[in-house]
Design a protein around this ligand. Structure first.
Ligand SMILES: Nc1ncc2cc(-c3cccc4ccccc34)c(N3CC[C@@H](N)C3)nc2n1
Ligand SMILES: [Ca+2]
Length: 449
């Protein structure tokens, strides 16, 4: 097992990873930009290294700065967290070449699955249903029209390098094809440095269901059940939950096994998530996330498996010590992203502020993942999520009640957060019935504007 790990991230996920390290007897190294000098993940670590100014490109995204810090600290491994360099295969390879272990999949697997069309072709090989469409990039409007003629409009034109909703163009009829194709290619080039686009049948009101995977470097692959991430606002997940209220036991079994087959076919190891769209009792592969995700917590809560500890153990060469049948699902868990945004003002991010009051909830079934303490200055240089409230109970109904209780006792003062929005969501009939699709929230918020 490693004796020292550098966490190349900040905020709640950096502390989350460091907690797993502590429990494994591993010493922790933090890296921080000038903006994070007094941040919680720096306080928490055994040692900390400044890696540059606030701008992410000059600090958290600076390959050499991070690897230099690992070398200075004598770290055996680097855990990337999520975001920043977590899915950067080039960086992962550089880490390996510096004789530091990358806590994540191989650079090859990241490449193989990061290219969406390659991933789709690979999944088809493994008998995993994919959203109907192309498994090669398309060049011309004619190719788009062929797909649309075969599957019907609307179709989605997607950027190869996109994901998370960026680079998704919906085409409703033949007249729109030329413009939307040209826009998708131009934006692909501009945002992802990759003009390749592909086409899929656009599913009108799917659920967004993702399966958590854990695989070791000896060929053992397990799934830890699914998460339902259908409550999204402009492609940003707001509340995630496990298990999904929308799956039957049969569908749950089939989607879990499909995810395992697909990941096995990709020679993938460490933690990963296979994203599916589910509509009318059918599931379709969308993409793989080759990193630990923000919402990994709800899977941990209902299985009792510490995913981050297993990432570290697997990276150190250990085998998974449980079979698929040993994975049990108990209860229901919801994660509320605590964003420093003002939901009453179209979710505008807080311009700054100081955490005058920070008194998070506690009690049975309440987990807080954060890197905050009262008096901290809000760091606004990165993303607006400052904490995660994860609530677990015996079933979905109790989870909702317990979440209402926890959110009611959550005291934060100094800047707006979306806690009031979450409390409102828990009174929403459609959400409480578990009948919301990925479009529900955007449609609701558009109505109220
Ligand atoms: N063929 C096809 N049909 C429906 C889709 C629906 C989504 C989708 C999934 C989740 C939330 C959404 C919100 C608005 C629009 C789309 C979504 C989607 N994406 C792409 C990125 C991923 N994070 C969400 N891809 C789709 N693809
Ligand atoms: Ca994704």
């Amino acid at each position: 097992m490693f004796s020292k790990v550098l966490v190349a991230n900040r905020g709640e996920i950096a502390v989350r990873v460091m907690r797993a390290c502590e429990e494994l007897g591993i010493r922790t190294v933090a890296v921080y930009s000038d903006a994070d000098k007094h941040s919680g993940h720096v306080r928490y670590a055994d040692e900390a290294y400044n890696i540059g100014p606030a701008r992410a490109a000059d600090s958290y995204l600076d390959h050499e700065a991070v690897i230099d810090a690992a070398r200075k600290a004598g770290a055996d491994a680097i855990h990337p967290g999520y975001g920043f360099l977590a899915e950067n295969a080039t960086f992962a390879a550089k880490v390996g070449e510096s004789n530091v272990k990358w806590v994540g999949p191989s650079a090859d697997a990241m490449e193989r699955l990061g290219e969406k069309t390659k991933a789709r072709a690979l999944m088809q090989e493994a008998d995993v249903p994919v959203v109907p469409g192309t498994t090669e990039p398309v060049e011309s409007a004619e190719e788009v029209k062929e797909i649309a003629d075969e599957y019907g409009y609307p179709v989605a034109i997607k950027a190869e390098g996109g994901g998370g909703g960026r680079g998704l163009k919906v085409v409703h009829n033949e007249e729109e094809v030329e413009d939307q194709l040209e826009t998708a290619q131009r934006e692909g080039e501009a945002y992802f440095d990759n003009a390749s686009v592909y086409v899929e049948k656009y599913l009108e009101s799917p659920r967004h269901i993702e399966v958590q995977i854990l695989a070791d470097e000896h060929g053992n692959v397990r799934h830890l059940g699914e998460r339902d991430c259908s409550l999204q606002r402009r492609h940003q997940k707001v509340i995630e939950e496990a298990p999904s209220p929308a799956l039957t036991e049969d569908l749950r079994e089939r989607i879990g096994e499909a995810a395992r087959r697909g990941v096995k076919a990709a020679d993938y190891f460490n933690a990963g998530t296979v994203e599916f769209l589910v509509e009318d009792g059918e599931f379709f592969f969308m993409e793989v996330n080759t990193r630990i995700q923000v919402e990994h917590t709800v899977s941990e809560q209902i299985t009792g498996i510490d995913i981050v500890k297993w990432q570290l153990r697997v990276a150190a060469g250990e085998e998974l010590d449980f079979a698929q049948d040993d994975v049990e699902f108990d209860g229901h868990s919801m994660e509320f992203r605590i964003n420093a945004e003002n939901a009453a003002n179209d979710f505008a991010p807080a311009p700054g502020g100081k955490l005058e009051t920070y008194d998070p909830p506690g009690g049975i079934g309440v987990r807080m993942d954060d890197a905050l303490r009262q008096g901290d200055d809000l760091v606004t240089d990165y993303d607006s999520m400052i904490a995660k409230l994860i609530v677990t109970a015996s079933d979905r109904e109790e989870c909702i009640t317990r979440s209402e209780r926890a959110l009611a006792e959550f005291e934060i003062e100094g800047f707006h957060t979306i806690i009031p929005f979450h409390r409102l969501m828990l009174t929403d009939e459609t959400f409480c019935a578990g009948e919301h699709t990925t479009k529900y929230l955007d449609e609701e918020l558009d109505k109220s504007r």
